[in-house]
Write a protein that binds this ligand. Structure first.
Ligand code: RFL
Length: 388
């Protein structure tokens, strides 16, 4: 078999890329390890920032894939139990969405498949080969046991942090830079409607957050030590802790449907390409979830890569592909800097047991500056909208 681009992984990066290429008349095949049902049910992020929304508009997909409540330019903080709404100034038309990631994924799959895209689920033992040759291949096994190989011009590694793409690059090629924040989040999904799009608590017991995930569900986050275990968090203890940190009762408590622990970390691999393999999204970088930028960075990579492939294929201009890694890394580091700043601020301003009183006072000063300085407000707004 032959195609132009083999895309490994049908998360947001792989599916956005597949749709951009399909609309541009460039052949591609998407290989996904899991079943369609599994991929469409995987709950994760919930914020499509205005930059990403604009990108879908530019590719002519906004009407078919964007869903969810429009972004209100307000963040609701609760500081020591007191509500502190924060409205950010923005010159741009803000049309981001609070949209559960699996809803976006579902739409992207529907559009790709109904437009004739080639998306193969349950592809096992995917193996990229001959990455530095002129015509690499991707080998995989169908569920039926049949082994197939697809030759291509480019491989897009969109298979996340634990995928096979990055792992297929020889050991000494990539550098890995990372930072551990020293705490985890207990992330809880509950059938509990939220009366705010977002609520973020700064409290001496630690950070807590609530974000709407559709009209009837919420994602809750609780800062906790790295060595805690999910089994230590009975439902009652979770509600008690959320209410203590918010300093008010949670009005619509419903059944808790999932609990996971996520250690907060930042990771960047460089360069984001090797031979004819290009890495996109979580395969190349992880941002702490406090920033709500993981999905948006993945979408940015897909935009840059699709544009670069188009230049190569339609105009024989290799420039944008050669610059792919540098272009994306510049953007990624800008948002890693933002993510680290916001993560430190929200956690250091609360529980002093991690970084002490001095850091707490600094974080509180930075927090107040967001309200007192229009300049600080604007910069924060630029990052929140993704238009920085
Ligand atoms: P994905 O979404 O992980 O998709 C990778 C796909 O590749 C498949 N795969 C393979 N396929 C074939 N062969 C293999 N060997 C394969 N190995 C893996 C997988 O099955 C999957 O379908 O990566 P992608 O596309 O790069 O997208 C990244 C985002 O999913 C991620 O950054 C966000 O979920 C991060 N994130 C958030 N991002 C935001 O922008 N806003 C948020 O509010 C936000 N909240 C979050 C988050 C991540 C969280 N978790 C998972 C820690 C909240 C949480 C709790």
């Amino acid at each position: 078999e032959n195609t132009t681009v083999v895309i490994v992984g049908s998360g947001v990066a792989g599916l956005a890329l597949g749709n951009f290429l399909l609309r541009s008349g460039i052949d591609c095949v998407v290989l996904e390890r899991h079943s369609r049902e599994y991929v469409e049910r995987r709950q994760r992020a919930g914020v499509i920032d205005p930059r990403a929304a604009r990108m879908f508009r530019e590719w002519g997909l906004a009407d078919r894939v964007l869903d969810g409540a429009p972004f209100a330019p307000v963040l609701n903080f609760r500081v020591d139990g007191e509500t502190r709404p924060f409205r950010y100034v923005t010159d741009d038309h803000v049309d981001g969405r609070f949209c559960p990631q699996q809803v976006l994924v579902r739409h992207l799959i529907d559009v790709f498949v109904s437009d004739g895209g080639d998306l193969r689920f349950e592809a096992e033992d995917v193996e990229p080969e001959d990455l530095t040759g002129p015509r690499p291949r991707v080998r995989y096994r169908e569920r039926t046991g049949v082994t197939r190989a697809i030759a291509c011009d480019f491989i897009a590694g969109c298979d996340g942090d634990h995928g096979v793409s990055r792992a297929s690059i020889p050991g000494n090629v990539l550098t890995r830079q990372s930072h551990e924040y020293g705490y985890a989040w207990l992330t809880v999904l509950a059938d509990a409607s939220a009366n705010h799009q977002s609520m973020m608590a700064i409290h001496d017991r630690g950070f807590a957050g609530q974000f709407a995930r559709g009209p009837r569900a919420s994602r809750f986050y609780l800062q906790c030590p790295l060595d805690t275990a999910v089994e230590e968090w009975a439902d009652d203890r979770i509600w008690e802790e959320i209410e203590a940190r918010f300093g008010e009762p949670v009005t619509a408590k419903g059944p808790i449907t999932s609990k996971t622990l996520v250690p907060l970390r930042s990771v960047v691999y460089a360069p984001m390409s090797y031979g004819r393999l290009y890495l996109l999204g979580d395969a190349a970088h992880i941002v702490p979830p406090m920033s709500a930028k993981g999905m948006n960075l993945a979408l940015h990579d897909a935009d840059v890569f699709a544009t670069a492939v188009l230049k190569q294929v339609k105009e024989q201009d290799p420039g944008p592909l050669e610059a792919y890694s540098a272009t994306c890394l510049k953007h990624v580091w800008n948002y890693q800097a933002y993510a680290a700043w916001f993560t430190d601020l929200m956690h250091d301003a609360g529980d002093v047991s991690y970084h002490g009183e001095f850091r707490r006072s600094l974080a509180r000063a930075e927090f107040e500056r967001l309200y007192d300085s229009e300049t600080a407000n604007r910069l924060f707004g630029e990052f929140l909208t993704g238009l920085n």
